[in-house]
Design a protein around this ligand. Structure first.
Ligand SMILES: NC(=O)c1ccc[n+]([C@@H]2O[C@H](COP(=O)([O-])OP(=O)(O)OC[C@H]3O[C@@H](n4cnc5c(N)ncnc54)[C@H](O)[C@@H]3O)[C@@H](O)[C@H]2O)c1
Length: 307
């Protein structure tokens, strides 16, 4: 076995893919998640559970976080509550998303883990009409429209403080709309639900329309893994490349493959169309992503195996 990675929120969509890719790289993995819900791991691993260390704990508990951080070399911090959960319980949202992140940084300091990557979000920006251009530069003002976005903004900022005060290296990645097997909760999960239903031969209506930046879950997991391996300076936050298109066009691609008619609403979500990913490309140097049609076909194949 190689290096030992801690993945917080490992039972989530991006987490499950991150675990799968780390194991393919022959890495040792510790999962840290509040829940014991394994369904995403089984979905993407032909019904099997990955052979890793499972640690059930709450990211808001500093002692639990410190214990597990003390046994790892690299940290991929994904545990969080998404937009609807933060909206439903703002206090718990702040606790999990902000305090939980502070706990991870403090534990990294305590155990001399020199670098970590955390999940931020495109939600740190406002909506299109807050900016002159729908493709927003990485350093554009952050004007979040949700508490979730405010919490993610705070986590990007606290990362900078840990760099200034302690030279603790970290990177924040800002996914937009992750799609693919395992994406079954959160505001932007409905296009994936449509793919899943179409794979079963059923129609589905996505409640919203507008433009979104689609990113395939294994590609985003790979971004987190690469970012966890490369210490940097001054805690940068990167947007990631996306297939930016209307929800209607995404659904049309699914219909072309499955023959199932899919529907969506007219109004877009309060998100920018796209975060410019040039600074990520400049930093990572070599980067490629799965072509969207291939990603949708692969998703349909995986969903079809569970039917
Ligand atoms: N999916 C997207 O499109 C998207 C977009 C932008 C940012 N992100 C961010 O990426 C990260 C991963 O997203 P995802 O789609 O995999 O989310 P997800 O909701 O599928 O998974 C989150 C995981 O965190 C765990 N968790 C929640 N509270 C916890 C706690 N108190 N202690 C420990 N674990 C806890 C959950 O049990 C879950 O397994 C999150 O930080 C999310 O905000 C995701």
């Amino acid at each position: 076995m190689g290096e030992r990675y801690l993945v917080t929120g490992a039972n989530g969509c991006i987490g499950a893919w991150t675990v799968k890719l780390l194991l393919a790289d022959d890495c040792d993995v510790i999962s840290f998640d509040l829940g014991a819900d394994e369904h995403r791991h089984r979905l993407i691993n032909s019904g099997q559970l990955p052979d890793i260390e499972w640690c059930q704990g709450d990211i808001t508990d500093p002692r639990a976080v410190e214990e597990v951080v003390g046994r790892c070399d690299r940290i991929i911090h994904l545990a969080a509550l998404q937009v609807p959960f933060c909206r439903a319980d703002p206090s718990r949202g702040a606790e999990v998303n902000v305090k939980g992140t502070v706990n991870v940084f403090e534990a990294a300091l305590a155990h001399d883990v020199p670098h970590l990557v955390q999940a931020s979000s495109i939600a740190v920006y406002g909506a299109n009409n807050d900016y002159p251009n729908p493709t927003v530069p990485a350093d554009a003002p952050r004007l979040p429209r949700t508490l979730y976005g405010v919490y993610k903004t705070a986590c990007e900022d606290l990362a900078r403080i840990y760099w200034w005060d302690h030279e603790l290296s970290s990177i924040a990645l800002r996914p937009h709309t992750v799609h693919g097997p395992g994406r079954d909760q959160g505001m932007t999960s409905q296009p994936t639900v449509a793919v899943e239903r179409a794979a079963r031969g059923e129609s589905f209506t996505v409640e919203y329309g507008g433009s979104l930046g689609f990113q395939y879950a294994p590609d985003i997991a790979r971004a987190f893994i690469e970012a966890s391996r490369q210490p940097t300076q001054a805690a940068p936050a990167f947007n990631l490349p996306a297939d930016t298109m209307q929800v209607r066009s995404f659904l049309d691609l699914v219909t072309d493959i499955t023959g199932i008619e899919l529907f969506c609403g007219d109004d877009g979500l309060d998100l920018v169309d796209e975060g410019a990913a040039d600074t990520w490309i400049e930093w990572i140097k070599e980067w490629s992503t799965t072509p969207l049609v291939d990603a949708i076909r692969e998703s349909i194949d995986i969903f079809a195996t569970q039917n």
